[in-house]
Design a protein around this ligand. Structure first.
Ligand code: PLP
Length: 408
């Protein structure tokens, strides 16, 4: 008889987006003449840029002829994309890594979920609270947690690094020993960005404690404030302690195309084994369980990293940041306390009058038809906040903010 992985049974029903949809549908049924304006999900809405579309068309065309057709590529990613990634980090961040340290994937979510496979179930894991749920859930499945604890609104066994308005939503490194630390900047959901000094404190901690940092930089291209690091490798010595995960989703609109990358440096050291073993193990993992990202997507990725592609993608990110600024200014005028939205597509808004996340969700929906994401869905510290997303067409964003200004 097949015996299941019991850790899966620990997973709490993730009802956040389901529950948002349920409440929205119910409201729509009761209010058939009113318009719903969705500022909830982090899904891109603007089309792929011309340089990317051309490159993907060209690749599709090559696949249409026997002389130019290609099948499987390298599991680690095609050489030209790995070279383009290495060149991009050198050019824009002055980070010099070998192309073979870059592993191309079908997106940051898969890598963020799979990376824990490299580590022992005995590892103690620290996560920011609130955070993108896959870090916690993948480690629950990997056996690094206790049961769901309804007081904590998460699982026992994790070390939660509290992000609150008092610390600018940037937690300090843990007080106790941990083995793995997940960090995400610009942060989903708070929109907070970490300075070099703040990241250095984590790198120093990781060196001291022989811990590994898993750094999710999926929103790096939204950073506009000079001096804020775009990659953990801008911090000296980070290549010996950090793995970085990134994505073409939010900067090139590849949410549906699917393409990302993970950097596992040759230099990185896990406790008690030789330098380089983690790199080798991730290579082994990818070669065993992954057959490479779509070659059409990878052609689009190379184009996105070209000088012209970068310019076009910057325009796309500027568009979302323009939306974010409209939201931020609009809701500030109404008197809401809000954070993020400057180096991030997300505006983290404190619920007024002491309302809970869900109470404010319902209040906003009933008054204005605007749908946001309850902050409590990202962790206990998210209670009392909502996340407002700037992904959407400009006219919808403007309509939503007008509604909020008029009705609240
Ligand atoms: N990391 C963070 C922090 C995210 O918010 C998201 C998507 O919302 C992802 C990763 C997923 O990226 P991808 O589309 O590449 O899987």
């Amino acid at each position: 008889m097949g015996i299941i992985n019991n850790n899966f049974l620990k997973l709490n029903e993730s009802y956040l987006f389901q529950e948002i949809n349920r409440r929205t549908r119910e409201w729509m049924a009761k209010n058939p003449l009113r318009e719903v304006l969705r500022l909830g999900v982090g899904n891109t809405t603007e089309p792929l840029t011309p340089v990317i579309v051309d490159a993907m068309h060209k690749k599709l065309n090559e696949l249409s002829y026997v002389n130019t057709y290609t099948g499987y590529g390298d599991e680690q990613g095609n050489n030209d994309l790995r070279a383009a990634l290495a060149d991009f980090y050198k050019r824009e961040y002055n980070v010099h890594l070998d192309r073979n340290e870059y592993f191309v994937s079908d997106g940051a979510k898969s890598d963020a979920g799979n990376i824990q496979e490299l580590f022992s179930p005995s590892c103690k894991v620290a996560v920011q609270d609130p955070s993108y749920p896959v870090y916690v859930d993948s480690n629950v499945v990997g056996g690094r947690s206790g049961l769901y604890n309804s007081n904590q609104l998460s699982y026992d066994g994790f070390v939660f690094l509290n992000a609150a308005s008092e610390n600018g939503f940037i937690p300090s490194p843990p007080k106790e020993h941990v083995d793995i630390i997940y960090l995400c900047f610009p942060n989903n959901p708070t929109g907070a960005v970490a300075t070099s000094e703040q990241l250095k404190a984590f790198v120093d901690y990781a060196k001291r404690e022989k811990a590994i940092i898993i750094y999710d930089a999926a929103y790096a291209d939204y950073i506009r404030t000079p001096g804020i690091p775009h990659t953990i490798y801008e911090i000296e010595g980070a290549t010996s302690v950090a793995i970085e995960i990134n994505s073409f989703s939010k900067n090139a609109g590849f949410t549906g195309v699917r393409l990302g990358w993970t950097i596992v440096p040759f230099d990185i050291e896990a406790d008690g084994v030789e330098k380089g073993l983690l790199h080798k193990l991730w290579n082994r993992r990818q070669c065993t369980f992954f057959n490479g990202a779509s070659n059409i997507a990878q052609s689009g990725g190379v184009a996105a990293l070209s000088q012209e592609g970068r310019k076009e993608c910057r325009g796309m990110v500027d568009y979302y940041l323009g939306n974010a600024s409209i939201i931020l200014n609009g809701i500030k005028k109404v008197g809401f306390e809000c954070y993020g939205g400057i180096n991030s597509p997300y505006i983290w808004t404190r619920c007024p009058k002491g309302m809970s996340s869900w109470e404010f969700f319902d209040y906003l929906l009933n008054k204005t038809g605007v749908v946001v994401t309850p902050g409590v869905g990202f962790g206990k510290q998210g209670e009392g906040y909502v996340r407002i997303s700037s992904y959407g067409h400009r006219e919808n964003i403007e309509k939503a903010i007008k509604k909020i200004s008029e009705e609240l």
